[in-house]
Write a protein that binds this ligand. Structure first.
Ligand SMILES: [Zn+2]
Length: 334
């Protein structure tokens, strides 16, 4: 990864230029560097899927009211022409791509994006907004849009100190659901407590499914958010209550498993896969966080753009908790 001078982007019809104030990091940034994900990736590429900034230029046909506004960017883009795209569901489009992964993103001074990708924030937005898009849109889609999570329902959350898991934990708690966080170490359990979580925490190493079942009086949970994949999915199925829902959105520990399908059949489970989410999910997230700012992400480390390499090292650290972001000015502060 190296810093280069690129020509200033100029907005086409329907597009805007956003001056990047901060850009959050995700595992996608690391996959881009690593390659071999099965996705069609081309280099060079400017990483960065989570962008917050202000609108500096408008292309033709864009609502002039957007000028100068602080915005957070929906990072997905579909082909624009298929039935899914036409109905506002680009994340189901065969041509769905993600900013900073399949096209250039936010490790930059400026990005050019379709005006409809920009969601307006208020004056002086909380810097934590830069850690919202990928994690919170994925969590919202998995928990709420597809999973129907609501007040009073129980949800076990794997990796609850990481970006996606912590988004799910904070959203679920703020909506009055009963989350049950699962973390990989005592250090991560302490971090959760330090960031305000006061409920039960399950630490991996114990029999996770048995522990979750006992914490729910033997019943099991209504929902599990699993982005861990091979190492977790059998436990996820075991800890679900009858007619529970597996919200499945990642395979960080591998994608091949041998499993007992009677778990799904016998307990009448539903399994839903999600891959990011749609603009409607992002609008819901922006509205919800506007009303529940306590559910904004925990930014654990901020770096200047010049220190992007150090930021990626921090992102790659398996002991990390919380989110890592790049900021357009100011010294590193980890
Ligand atoms: Zn499409």
């Amino acid at each position: 990864m190296e810093a280069v001078e690129l020509p200033d982007p100029s907005p086409q019809h329907g597009e805007i230029v956003v001056s990047v104030a901060s850009c959050g990091l995700n595992h996608l940034d690391l996959w881009l560097k690593q390659g071999s994900t099965g996705d069609d990736l081309r280099l060079p590429r400017v990483p960065g899927s989570d962008v917050v900034g202000h609108v500096t230029e408008l292309g033709a046909g864009v609502d002039p009211a957007l000028a100068g506004k602080n915005v957070v960017i929906y990072p997905g883009r579909g082909c624009g022409g298929c039935d899914w795209c036409s109905s506002g569901q680009p994340s189901a489009c065969r041509g769905f791509r993600i900013m900073g992964y399949s096209f250039d993103g936010g490790y930059a001074e400026k990005v050019v994006v379709p005006a409809e990708s920009a969601m307006v924030l208020g004056d002086d937005p909380d810097p934590a907004w830069a850690a919202v898009p990928v994690a919170y849109v994925t969590a919202w889609n998995a928990l709420v849009t597809k999973g129907g999570l609501e007040k009073g329902k129980t949800v076990a959350v794997w990796g609850a100190a990481g970006g996606l898991g912590n988004a799910a934990l904070r959203l679920a708690e703020a909506m009055g659901a009963i989350p049950l966080p699962i973390v990989g170490s005592e250090e991560k359990a302490s971090w959760l407590a330090a960031t305000g979580w006061s409920g039960d925490i399950v630490v991996r190493g114990e029999d996770v499914a048995t522990r979750v079942r006992s914490l729910t009086g033997g019943r099991g949970v209504d929902m599990v958010l699993d982005h861990v994949g091979a190492a977790a999915v059998k436990s996820s199925l075991r800890m679900l209550a009858v007619r529970g829902h597996l919200a499945f959105c990642g395979v960080t520990t591998g994608h091949l498993v041998e499993m007992d399908l009677r778990q799904i059949f016998g307990k009448q489970l539903t399994v839903a896969g999600t891959w990011i989410g749609d603009p409607s999910d992002m609008r819901d997230v922006v509205r919800f966080l506007g009303q529940n700012p306590q559910a904004l992400p925990v930014v654990q480390a901020s770096y200047a753009f010049d220190d992007a390499r150090a930021a990626q090292d921090a992102q790659a650290d398996p002991g990390r908790s919380g989110k890592v972001v790049l900021r357009s000015s100011g010294p590193a502060e980890a």
